[in-house]
Write a protein that binds this ligand. Structure first.
Ligand code: SF4
Length: 309
């Protein structure tokens, strides 16, 4: 008799871009099959937009579209609640609301969801959260701890490899532009990917502020803001502090409407001097043509400044 392998759905949005190595390894180590929704396309965006309330940010709308694409295709869909990693280390409140929101939106779908909660301000740390998660799937504590250890190793190695790959790009000749964005904004095909693609197409080297050593970046972020309370924004600020002298321009890329980015990007614009900055806010209506026009003039400004135009 064929035994059913448990399938876990991972929406390819929001924290997936940060945690994919962690999640894939953890579930695979525990013998589950992982199903990932396909990259964002028009249908996913439209479905997500229809499910979300108007005030939702574009990232959240896209996220709901990805959950929708997985409904009925797996035993569980993973929707974690990640609130904080300690003092001044908060996640945006949308991450806090995610499991409740998703369960509510899909309450009639018959789909089961799986969650874990990280909120270190309330003594809920990640190892404990994963232990509970694995135990809830019926695995013994020892196996779960082993899977988490492997998953953490994979996560660190994955990030380190990406950081090292980018370090090489900093050494290349040519115009370099640092993109300051949440990973899920920067990498989503319907958000930041078109920006990176465009830059490459016109011979500019795109770099990412968040592809840096996270601990070091968090410390360096104090040079730009000693009080920023959002974990990911701190890493981005630190990445800018580390690399502002190595690039010809900075693009602040965010999803509309984003509370943390509105504040942090304003602060960056005021405190980072001597390098051209472009503030790009993407919504579902942005369209590539409008974005390309703004990118084109930004690159012209850089080239003009450097006497290359
Ligand atoms: S940080 Fe901004 S883009 Fe990300 S979930 Fe929060 S509001 Fe949305």
């Amino acid at each position: 008799m064929e035994t059913h392998m448990m399938t876990i759905g991972l929406p390819r949005a929001m924290l997936y871009y940060r945690c994919r190595a962690l999640w894939h390894t953890f579930f695979e180590e525990l013998g589950a099959e992982v199903v990932v929704s396909s990259p964002t396309d028009r249908e996913i965006l439209d479905q997500g937009t229809a499910l979300a309330i108007d005030e939702s940010c574009l990232s959240l709308k896209i996220y709901l579209g990805h959950v929708r694409a997985l409904v009925g295709r797996c035993d569980y869909i993973l929707v974690p609640r990640v609130s904080s990693f300690g003092r001044h280390r908060n996640m945006c409140t949308r991450f806090e609301a995610l499991p409740d929101l998703v369960r509510n939106v899909f309450r009639d779908s018959g789909q089961q969801f799986l969650s874990y909660e990280v909120d270190e301000l309330f003594k809920k740390d990640e190892p404990g959260a994963f232990l509970e998660l694995g135990r809830s799937l019926g695995h013994p504590a020892k196996a779960v701890k082993r899977a988490y250890k492997q998953a953490k190793k994979a996560e660190l190695a994955h990030h380190k490899a990406r950081v090292q790959k980018q370090e090489l790009l900093f050494k290349r000749e040519g115009i370099k532009v640092l993109i300051a964005a949440h990973s899920y904004v920067a990498e989503d095909p319907y958000m930041g990917r078109s920006v990176t693609d465009y830059l490459k197409q016109v011979g500019v080297i795109p770099l990412r502020a968040d592809l840096v050593d996270r601990e070091a970046a968090s410390k360096r972020s104090r040079e730009l803001s000693p009080t920023c309370k959002w974990e990911i924004s701190r890493e981005i600020l630190g990445g800018i502090a580390m690399h502002q002298g190595d690039v010809d321009g900075i693009i602040l890329l965010s999803a509309f409407p984003c509370g943390p980015d509105a504040m942090v990007n304003e602060l960056i614009t005021r405190r980072v001097k001597g390098v051209p900055i472009l503030n790009l806010v993407l919504d579902s209506q942005s369209g590539t043509a409008g974005v390309e026009t703004r990118l084109e003039s930004f690159i012209d400004i850089i080239r003009f400044k450097e006497g290359k135009l």
